[in-house]
Design a protein around this ligand. Structure first.
Ligand code: CTP
Ligand code: MG
Length: 229
């Protein structure tokens, strides 16, 4: 079976600090988001893309088809979770309530196609899951003066990436419930955890960085070239 993919792209990219949102800044000569969308549309298991844009976005090129797959858009919200919920609500009727839906940050252009496939296969046999990687560095807890107060255990700690994949109705209910409780969930998996699920952690390549700062663009250009498959 194939799945639809939501692509949150309604952020403002404040940490990059460019003159436009980071998804439209050039990466290897093209807007960052084009790399992400093209990679997703290339995956044989992805049936269509729903890109979530800011209401004031003037840069979206109006793409309606990519690699023979439909590309739809909708308007996002204040927080990433608001944007994803708006996206779930705007999915076309071909996506049933029990169907899996992928969510992938526009800001992660270097995701490997093989890792998307691995997530769909492994998490699709459960209630859903996400790409991530076990923590490599020692994790410190800082006090207000920026001094290391304690060392957090590293075992069992993972970094969470996207894509994340959950069933449409369960994801919708989980995001709605988190919003109702006033919990600001930083990813879909967190909303699902609050709803009582235990999302499967699927190990993916560390190349799948979220372009967050200006210096990430150089790194992403390097990674793009070597993550083409
Ligand atoms: N995003 C979104 N809607 C929001 C906030 C973020 O769709 N209200 C998207 C971003 O466009 C990005 C992804 O979620 O593709 C991950 O968010 P992040 O890396 O934090 O991007 P920004 O919020 O744009 O950056 P910053 O936090 O530095 O402002
Ligand atoms: Mg943000």
């Amino acid at each position: 079976p194939t799945v639809w993919c939501l692509v949150p792209a309604a952020g403002r990219g404040t940490r990059v600090g460019g003159d436009c949102p980071k998804q439209y800044l050039p990466l290897a000569g093209r807007p960052l988001i084009e790399h992400t969308l093209e990679r997703l549309a290339t995956h044989p298991r992805i049936a269509g893309l729903l890109v979530i844009l800011d209401a004031t976005d003037t840069r979206w090129p109006g793409t309606t088809m990519l690699n023979g797959k439909p590309v739809l858009t909708t308007i996002g919200g204040m927080e990433r979770s608001d944007s994803v919920l708006a996206g779930v609500d705007a999915l076309p009727d071909v996506v049933g309530v029990a169907d899996f839906v992928l969510v992938h940050d526009a800001a992660r252009p270097c995701v490997r196609l093989a890792d998307i496939g691995k997530l769909i296969e492994l998490a699709g046999a459960t209630d859903g899951g996400l790409l991530g990687a076990p923590l490599r560095d020692t994790l410190k807890c800082a006090d207000s003066a920026g001094r290391s107060e304690s060392t957090e255990p590293r075992d069992r700690r993972w970094r969470a990436f996207t894509p994340q994949m959950f069933r449409r109705a369960q994801l919708s209910a989980a995001l709605r419930e988190a919003a109702r409780r006033g919990v600001n969930v930083s990813d879909e998996a967190m909303a699902m955890e609050l709803a009582g699920f235990a999302p499967l952690l699927v190990e993916g390549a560390e190349d799948n960085i979220k372009v967050t700062t200006a210096t990430d663009f150089a790194l992403a250009e390097f990674l793009l070239a070597r993550t083409a498959t």
